[in-house]
Design a protein around this ligand. Structure first.
Ligand SMILES: C[S@@+](CC[C@H](N)C(=O)[O-])C[C@H]1O[C@@H](n2cnc3c(N)ncnc32)[C@H](O)[C@@H]1O
Length: 184
């Protein structure tokens, strides 16, 4: 599912990709596969502990093209114009317009944006929504916007396509997930 989300960024060799709220760097390997050693990953993360884990991963893997920035996204000074931005399970950031604006301003015209995350399914999918709540409660500060996590993003981009799961699918994965793909 993350692979599918990252594929929608349409990265090519040498691209610069932002991993917004990169956490411990779970998406770095897939991004590296697509941009190669000539590309650049910029990971932005506010938690020093998460960023330390990301840094350890980068060192273990010997990647010399990853720049890590320890700051809230909304305050980040991003040193390069980027080709694409990934938001992987970053609900709090998706619900912070100033953070989205700061990232999108930094993308080149036509730059790609992809977000993957969890959302509520219709209320009668009680077990799915309970699982979503249980799996998310320690990772989000708000459930505001869980009906439509991309609602702020769609106001800031020129095109946006969304796929959601209400049942398990081989393509995206378990129920209660969405992938939003957009262009600046
Ligand atoms: C659930 S984790 C996902 C991490 C990673 N993207 C992944 O897919 O594994 C969400 C991350 O977003 C970070 N985060 C939340 N709000 C942020 C903000 N305003 N600026 C930077 N990072 C933020 C959290 O510290 C956390 O590491």
């Amino acid at each position: 599912m993350s692979e599918r989300c990252i594929a929608s960024l349409r990265l090519t060799t040498g691209d610069t990709a932002l991993d917004v709220g990169c956490g411990a760097g779970r998406s770095f390997a897939e991004l590296e596969n697509r941009i190669g050693a000539k590309g650049t990953i910029i990971g932005i993360e506010q938690s020093p502990e998460q960023l330390a884990a990301a840094r350890a991963l980068v060192e273990r893997c010997g990647w010399s093209n990853v720049l890590l920035i320890n700051t809230p996204v909304e305050d980040a000074e991003i040193p390069f114009v980027a080709d694409a931005a990934l938001f992987s399970f970053t609900h709090d950031i998706m619900r912070t317009p100033s953070a989205l604006r700061n990232v999108i301003e930094d993308l080149k015209p036509g730059g790609r944006i992809a977000a993957i995350g969890v959302k509520w399914t219709p209320w009668w999918h009680l077990i799915t929504n309970w699982r979503t709540w249980r799996g998310s409660k320690d990772f989000v500060t708000t459930f505001e916007g869980f009906n439509k996590p991309w609602s702020h993003l769609e106001n800031l981009v020129s095109s946006l396509e969304v796929e959601c799961t209400t049942a398990p699918t081989p393509v995206i994965g378990r129920p209660g997930l969405y992938i939003a793909a957009a262009e600046k």
